[in-house]
Design a protein around this ligand. Sequence first.
Ligand code: PAF
Length: 283
Amino acid sequence: MPHSPIVARTLSSLHRARTELCKRNATLALVPTMGALHDGHVSLVRLAKKRAKRVAVSIFVNPTQFAAHEDLGSYPRTWKEDIARLTAEGVDLVWNPDATTMYPDGFATRIAPEGPALAGLEDKFRPHFFGGVATVVAKLFTQVRPDMAFFGEKDFQQLQVVARMARDLDLGVKVIGAPVIRERDGLAMSSRNVYLSPDERRTAPVLHQTLKATSKRMRAGDAFKTALADGAARISDAGFALDYLEARHAGTLAPITSFSEGPVRLLVAAKIGTTRLIDNIKA
Ligand code: PAF
């Protein structure tokens, strides 16, 4: 029987657990999450286990990255299932602070990330988002003090923002990205997929199909602009409200119009019904 992870809910219990687990300089990896764990999270835990002696997972639904009109209240919370999965994966520690532990009375500091956080992708549609993410991730890093931390590439811009922030603030944490994990029909795994109605769920793979088809056309020599415009039309015709379908430099997130300018990442965000989905691929 695998052991349940230690669950820490206060900073003092977290620090005690960390000291105990990291005796004799054992390395520690962190997988930051908001819970509602799926196979994408499990893949991060497995990578973390390969790279570090000890693995911690944080479960904290971070209020500061949600705008007032977003889904903080209804965000899926599946604590029992999450702990069962983390136990089966042999995770050592779960950091599960409440909102007052993370943001005590009078909390008045917020990181304002720039660079990749102002690329005109997610930030254009969720202007509050990366400030909230950068602030909470910086706190998670200073609280847990991991040697490395794992983030999914599904949130490609988030990964760049967090990596930049960790470097800029000398947090001493190596930020490692991991590939998108998909359902059999190509839909990128996300905790928010549970919001999809059966009809929406059937339509949702159009995003990944369009990314692949657009990349194929670009690789075949079609102008990026034309391939992207046709992709955008396909997504809208399928019933999505499209926020963006864009080709960006994979390293800087700057707009890019040809393969000669550098590695290309295709990124999409669109709403189906009330659910907003994002996805991306290497073009
Ligand atoms: O990707 C997420 O689940 C969240 O944005 C993160 C990184 C855990 C910060 O709250």
